[in-house]
Design a protein around this ligand. Structure first.
Ligand code: PLP
Length: 480
């Protein structure tokens, strides 16, 4: 009796199903045995079941020949192993930032110092005195851990005018939160005067006019995009003015027919009208970048020394610490911020205080060199050239043509948009991959290497690569 087509198909499928191993057989394969020393038996068992189920499904849907199925079966242990390893891998992974952009927001901005890391681990592992005064056993404020420290680090030059101003510090999630909180605490339903040239978008959705609106402050725009004079502010001052807002034009520059009042002039007006000046400084630069050849970047010290009443800055930009927003200013303004119920929603955790405290202590000890961002800013270009040469010399690859080329590294993170640091990079050309394919492949390495493309070449700028990665980089490049 001839079999029908359907019967024929069923018979073939039955034969194929017989090729599938049982889960118990799979567990005995050496690869799966090894997996059981890393993961529990149950986890490996579940992975084996899932992998066999996928193949059974494929057989049912008729996509397999005996040959194709046998191949999949032979590869099952590896499939299971890959699946387990990938499924158990962290999503957040360290990468090698070879872009040369020191403060790269997409790559996590400032890496932390060793001291900050040690302090974070020690504070995270055990209980700590986050809101507990060890002297009297009473509850305390978490900002106490850094307030005096911030003020000491910034003390140089402060009060240079002879005034002895009492100041306070509040720490929140980031500079955007600091700005929103300050505006809401001090200027809700009142007027805030700002130059049209400072209605900026910082990136990541931070737009000054939108933050102002959410804060409940009434924005009074003065001047024009390119020119704002002191008289424009003066005319806008009224009984309902709560603040003069100054925003650091951090990620762009206006050239040509442009002017805005000097900060000092704005402060003089503020004193005359008893309207405080609030500056959104962003970068959190403590001292100066002049020693690395970048001029005109405003700093926290300068800002307070020149008489700004309240300033907001990021912790993870030029300060080189953890993500946070730092508000420093006149104690009466800080107290209004502390009373705002929104502060509770923006407060940061113990890990942030630990990292911030350690970073600030490095400034106080004049050990800025221990802070990675500060160190990267000041690496001499000859040193980078030498490191690039060493990596190139150590890379034995038939597929790659490597060269050492001069480039310009960027500071990034809304710092001095036109400022760059003379640097050196390794340029790579691959025998069979174009620049876009090569950069994709390098992103799949472990750890991933993030470079940039210029003129159809992949460039790896070593300014942002810690030297401890150099040897690893060379051996990874060899595999390309
Ligand atoms: C970067 C920046 C911000 C935003 O800081 P975050 O800490 O990322 O919230 C705000 N204002 C200025 C001027 C900045 O440069």
């Amino acid at each position: 009796m001839a079999m029908t087509d359907i019967q024929q198909k069923d018979a073939t499928q039955q034969q194929l199903f017989r090729l599938l191993p049982s889960v118990n057989e799979l567990l005995l394969v050496s690869v799966c045995q090894a997996l059981q020393s890393k993961y529990t038996r149950e986890v490996v068992l579940t992975a084996c079941r899932a992998a066999v189920a996928v193949l059974r499904e494929e057989v049912s849907s008729g996509i397999h020949t005996e040959a194709s199925l046998q191949k999949c079966v032979d590869e099952l242990p590896k499939t299971i192993s890959d699946h387990l390893v990938l499924g158990m891998r962290y999503s957040l992974r360290p990468v090698i930032n070879a872009t040369g952009v020191i403060l790269h927001t997409n790559l996590g901005r400032a890496p932390l110092s060793d001291a900050a890391l040690r302090h974070v681990v020690e504070i995270a592992r055990d209980y700590c005195n986050l809101e507990f005064d060890l002297d009297n056993g009473l509850r305390s404020r978490r900002d106490d851990h850094v307030e005096a420290l911030v003020l000491r680090v910034l003390a140089e030059d402060i009060g240079g005018t002879g005034e002895n101003i009492k100041r306070g510090v509040v720490i929140v999630n980031n500079c955007a939160a600091a700005t929103l909180l300050a505006l809401n605490s001090i200027a809700e339903k009142s007027e805030v005067i700002i130059s049209r040239g400072e209605l900026v978008e910082i990136g990541g959705g931070f737009r000054v006019p939108e933050i102002m609106k959410k804060s409940g402050a009434v924005m009074i725009e003065v001047g024009t995009t390119n020119r704002t004079r002191l008289a424009d502010y003066e005319r806008a001052l009224g009984p309902n003015t709560a603040l003069l807002l100054r925003v650091h034009q951090s990620n762009f520059s206006i050239e040509g027919f442009a002017e805005r009042p000097l900060l000092g002039e704005l402060i003089t007006l503020s004193k005359r009208s008893t309207t405080p000046v609030f500056e959104d400084l962003g970068t959190g630069l403590i001292g100066s970048l002049e020693q690395v050849g970048i001029c005109g970047e405003p700093s926290l010290r300068q800002s307070l020394a020149s008489g700004v009443d309240l300033v907001a800055a990021s912790g993870d930009k030029l300060l080189g610490g953890p993500q946070c927003g730092i508000l420093v200013g006149r104690i009466d303004l800080i107290q209004r911020i502390r009373k705002n119920p929104l502060l509770r929603a923006f407060r940061v955790d113990k890990l942030t205080y630990a990292a911030l405290e350690a970073t600030l202590l490095a400034y106080l000890a004049e050990d800025d060199g221990s802070i990675p961002t500060q160190r990267m800013l000041s690496i001499p270009s000859e040193e980078l050239m030498r490191r690039c040469r060493d990596v190139v010399d150590c890379t034995r690859s038939a597929n790659l043509v490597l060269e050492v080329v001069p480039v310009a590294s960027l500071v990034g993170g809304g710092t001095a948009p036109k400022a760059s640091l003379p640097s050196y990079a390794i340029s790579l050309r691959h025998a069979s991959l174009n620049a876009a394919q090569l950069i994709d492949t390098m992103r799949k390495l472990d750890p991933p290497v993030i470079g940039r493309i210029a003129d159809d070449l992949v460039l790896l700028d070593l300014r942002t690569v810690p030297p401890r990665f150099d040897a690893e980089l060379a051996s990874m490049l060899q595999t390309l």
